[in-house]
Design a protein around this ligand. Structure first.
Ligand code: ADP
Ligand code: MG
Length: 494
């Protein structure tokens, strides 16, 4: 790899003429070289896409193939030096097992066509390939798994990005990390194929009404030329906002309509062992309403939404705000903020961060300005902090956080406690949105070998919010089961 990088550096340092000699021209017709003929709807999408594209498609539509080809096409037409393109999958394993096979295979066809050595243009350990551009430089396409701590995304710049299976990618990867990388004024405008630079595609099959659904709805309204009613950040008022520069495109393609899979194949797929109507509707008919297979709290959240319990709720100034925590170091620490209201709970806020020390959370709590009541922590708060000789509890208490430890309990009890409190809970639709997305995604996986759902829920970026909720629910409901009133329970009187 060092060889490749220095070679590219060398290309860039030399004057333009030498540059063009050193880097071969890309193939005239890259689709012919890689053997790609778009299916009619793949072609339709490519013709209609804009700078930001939200595309909901059924399984086996050809999403991944189509987007890997797009990355290559856009990479060779990049007008800038060192074009940077990224493909992001929910996990490193997914990026490596599925997309890399397509990308590597296509790239090798290009190298063969150009008569260049694959080893000078491929970096397997980074899941990256380089391609020559019409501008006479090189572009890189790299695959990322957003779960991989080794693949740092921060601090890069990007010319284009594809999020594959975006419904299973934390929305903060887009909002906090990637979207700022696409705001480089010097790399805007159109590329050598006349398409907008600094673009992003979000492709997925639905996974309930989570962040991907919200963003898709928003993009669809703009894509249809209609305004979205939202708070204008400039004025602070609700206003109708238009997509002024027509940068958004959205589409939803169901298996019953695309004709990619024939009717007989679809019927057979529907009847497979382990297939349910809900799973079929979700994956093949792109239904956002279908219950997500294995999702543990999605039903409770859907019910809360249907009953209008997810809305703007205001915190009551003179009522204590309790918090429920899940502690992480390498992964996220999650905190729910709630108040007791009659015999229910009102969740007023949610906070999550990764890699921060306890001081950080103490200052977040202080900044929010709530009057705090109980702070419910999982039993591991009693563990020692590495290298300090103190327990986490004692560190937290020196920061003014009065810890209530919720005893270790069997997982099913914790889940049952959450199921018990959710039907009597309200949520602030804005401040709890992230937490609700996490809860909705908390799920069990299907064990293909045993053909049953696995016992333990998936541990991923979505599970910390659910774990914090479980701790809070156990905390408040412990005394409920021992006959205390709900107020006493929430106040931690056992
Ligand atoms: N334009 C195309 N021509 C031929 N085969 C295609 C085309 N697009 C996709 N395929 C094939 O269809 C299958 C599904 O493609 P894939 O991109 O993995 O689907 P998805 O990501 O939507 O589930 C793969 O076997 C792929 O090789
Ligand atoms: Mg795919």
């Amino acid at each position: 790899m060092a060889g490749l990088l220095s070679k590219i550096d060398q290309y860039l340092k030399e004057d333009e003429e030498a540059d063009r000699e050193a880097v071969p021209s890309p193939p005239e017709d890259i689709d012919a070289v890689i053997g790609y003929t778009p299916r009619p709807l793949q072609d339709w999408l490519e013709q209609n896409e804009r700078r930001y594209n939200y595309e909901v498609m059924h399984r086996r539509f050809g999403k991944t193939v189509m987007k890997i080809r797009k990355l290559m096409f856009r990479a060779i037409h990049c007008p800038f030096e060192r074009g940077r393109f990224a493909y992001m999958a929910p996990t490193y394993a997914q990026a490596k097992d599925i997309a890399w096979a397509y990308l590597y295979d296509y790239a090798c066809k290009v190298y063969e066509h150009l008569g260049v050595k694959e080893r000078d243009w491929v970096d397997r350990s980074e899941l990256a390939v380089y391609l020559p551009t019409w501008a006479g430089t090189t572009s890189r396409i790299r695959l990322y798994g957003v779960d991989s701590p080794k693949q740092r995304i921060r601090g890069l710049y990007l010319d284009g990005v594809v999020f594959d299976e975006f419904a299973q990618i934390p929305p903060s990867v887009w909002s906090e990390q990637v979207s700022p990388m696409l705001l480089d004024e010097n790399r805007r405008g159109l590329d050598d194929a006349g398409l907008p630079n600094q673009w992003a595609d979000f492709i997925f099959t639905p996974f309930g009404r989570n962040h991907a659904y919200t963003m898709f709805q928003h993009a669809m309204t703009w894509s249809n030329g209609e305004p979205v009613r939202m708070v204008n950040p400039d004025t602070g008022f609700q206003e109708e906002i238009h997509d002024e520069d027509q940068e958004y495109f959205a589409s939803l393609l169901k298996a019953s309509e695309t004709g990619v899979l024939n009717a007989k194949e679809l019927r057979k797929h529907r009847r497979k062992p382990g297939m349910t109507q809900a799973k079929y509707d979700q994956e093949m008919e792109c239904s956002f309403d279908a219950a997500v297979e294995g999702a543990i709290f999605a039903q409770d959240i859907e019910e809360a939404r249907a009953q209008g319990r997810i809305k703007r709720v205001h915190w009551l100034k003179f009522v204590p705000v309790h918090t429920a925590w899940d502690l992480g170091w390498d992964d996220a620490t999650a905190i729910w903020f709630f108040q007791v209201q009659g015999d229910g709970l009102r969740f007023i806020d949610y906070y999550e961060a990764t890699g921060a020390g306890f001081e950080h959370y103490a200052s977040v709590l202080a900044d929010k300005g709530y009057r705090y009541g109980k702070m419910y922590f999982p039993h591991d708060v009693e563990n020692g902090e590495l290298g300090t000789g103190k327990t986490r509890r004692s560190v937290l208490e020196t920061l003014g956080i009065r810890v209530t430890t919720v005893p270790k309990h069997p997982l099913p009890d914790g889940l049952a406690a959450v199921h018990a409190i959710l039907p009597r809970s309200e949520f602030d639709s804005v401040r709890c949105a992230e937490g609700l997305d996490r809860l909705a995604l908390y799920r069990r996986d299907f064990d293909e070998r045993l053909q049953i759902m696995k016992q333990n829920p998936v541990h991923d970026w979505a599970s910390h919010g659910a774990d914090a909720m479980r701790t809070g629910a156990m905390g408040v409901s412990k005394s409920l089961f021992s006959g205390a009133t709900f107020e006493q329970a929430a106040a931690g009187v056992y």
